[in-house]
Design a protein around this ligand. Structure first.
Ligand SMILES: Cc1cc2nc3c(=O)[nH]c(=O)nc-3n(C[C@H](O)[C@H](O)[C@H](O)COP(=O)(O)O)c2cc1C
Ligand SMILES: C=C(O[C@@H]1CC(C(=O)O)=C[C@@H](OP(=O)(O)O)[C@H]1O)C(=O)O
Length: 398
């Protein structure tokens, strides 16, 4: 079993992440984690903070000489914005000096679409600073760092992930086009929207420009694909062991994700049963499926086909043409707080979705195959595959 936790605020000193249950012997490189952190900052339409803030990465435990040693992996990511916030966000009671008064002014105009108002009601705050500090998607940097470690573990077992943007607002990549593969990651990261279709990407860039010009924001859909999976991760025997349920929870747990689809998802509901499933046939003595409509999951278990999940992100809630709200200090109707924000963070959400998927799959792998060292996990995986009778065998899609 893998467990993970994150802590830290958007303008606090640092984010902290812990991953417990990782077998020993997984190669973990600081550069590998840094690369994923850098990928999370990519994407046309992100706000100015992505340019001036650096992620300062520290590995504080669980990795020695570039290899995991079986203990909890502890990661710190320093917020380089911190020096501006030392008084306002101080853990100790601190009088604000003149220079911090503006920054520390109470936020009493809650932003619709954010956790602000309900968070104040729920936790008993008179202003929204303590709410937004933790609700912010700055926290996704910690999850991406954990996801990089999970991905390193999966890679040792021949399992690889890739994510891409399939739509931005109403601009959609053509349905039925070729799916990206793990070796397309560099090309996807080089694309302004992380879209696999060049023509669609150019239209997405124009859509971001148009949205920005009109003082608005935009959402979209990302897809995560996982290659090299064995059949049988997850289970049908209980709802909380179903892999689709665990993936949906993990993806829905990303800030601003409002919809999740497995395989053809909602499209499947519009089809007749004869056109909705993945029929089986024999090829060279092996069972094959010619379609991947179910997204590589049947009965809450991986089938060994490419796993395909989608997450839908709502438009950024801090709209530059600020939305109507109420000033909770005066009781008067007014406009919401707005300083800066992303026009779209859809490409970044793809990288975060990839990290969450890697963590869920790595958890399911440790559950099924165990292993205190990655060599033991690999042996158990190979023995399981070898024990599947020939008449039941399927090809593992890599
Ligand atoms: C990578 C990423 C970046 C985000 N950037 C912003 C942003 O700049 N402005 C904003 O209003 N919301 C942003 N969000 C979304 C908010 O954090 C989120 O909508 C808010 O916390 C309320 O949570 P909910 O939408 O899940 O209900 C971002 C989300 C992600 C995943
Ligand atoms: C800092 C990050 O994203 C932030 C997520 C976010 C939100 O409301 O979720 C709002 C913005 O923060 P700020 O208002 O300070 O500019 C984003 O920049 C990050 O992704 O590293």
């Amino acid at each position: 079993m893998l467990r993970w936790l994150t802590a830290g605020e958007s303008h606090g000193p640092e984010l902290i992440a812990v991953l417990e249950g990782l077998p020993a012997g997984v190669p973990v490189s600081l550069d590998g984690i840094r690369e994923d952190l850098a990928r999370r900052k990519l994407g046309y339409g992100r706000g100015s903070r992505m340019k001036f803030e650096q992620d300062e990465l520290h590995l504080s435990g669980g990795v020695v000489q570039g290899v995991s040693i079986g203990g909890p992996v502890a990661i710190r990511i320093g917020n380089t914005e911190w020096p501006k916030w030392t008084e306002v966000m101080s853990a100790e009671r601190t009088e604000l000096s003149e220079k911090s008064r503006g920054r520390g002014a109470p936020l009493t105009r809650p932003r619709p679409g954010h956790a602000d108002l309900t968070g104040m009601q729920k936790y008993g705050f008179a202003e929204s600073r303590p709410v937004l500090e933790r609700a912010s998607a700055r926290e996704t940097a910690a999850r991406v760092a954990l996801g990089a470690v999970a991905r390193a573990f999966l890679s040792e077992l021949g399992i690889a992930l890739v994510s891409h943007t399939v739509s931005l607002g109403t601009v959609e990549a053509p349905a039925g086009g070729p799916l990206p593969r793990p070796d397309d990651v560099a090309a996807l990261d080089a694309d302004p929207l992380r879209c696999f279709d060049g023509g669609t990407s150019a239209r997405m860039v124009a859509e971001v420009d148009d949205t920005k010009k009109s003082g608005d924001t935009i959402g979209g859909i990302v897809e995560v694909l996982v290659y090299g999976l064995p059949p049988g991760l997850g289970s049908y025997v209980h709802w909380d062991r179903r892999l689709d349920s665990r993936l949906a929870g993990a993806l829905m747990g990303i800030q601003a994700i409002k919809a999740v689809e497995v395989g053809d998802g909602f499209e499947t509901t519009r089809r007749r049963g004869s056109e909705a499933h993945d029929a089986l046939r024999i090829e060279d003595g092996t069972i094959v499926r010619d379609t991947g409509r179910a997204g590589g999951i049947e009965g809450g278990m991986t089938t060994g086909q490419v796993l395909r999940v989608r997450a839908g992100m709502k438009p950024i809630a801090t709209v530059p043409h600020a939305l109507p709200t109420v000033d909770v200090a005066t009781g008067e109707e007014t406009k919401a707080h707005h300083q800066r924000s992303d026009v779209s963070a859809v490409p970044a959400a793809g990288v975060v979705a990839e990290a969450m998927t890697a963590l869920v799959i790595a958890d399911a792998v440790t559950e099924k195959f165990g292993g205190d060292s990655v060599a033991e996990t690999r042996r158990n995986l190979e023995a399981y595959l070898a024990a599947i009778p020939e008449r039941l065998s399927t090809a593992r899609e890599v």
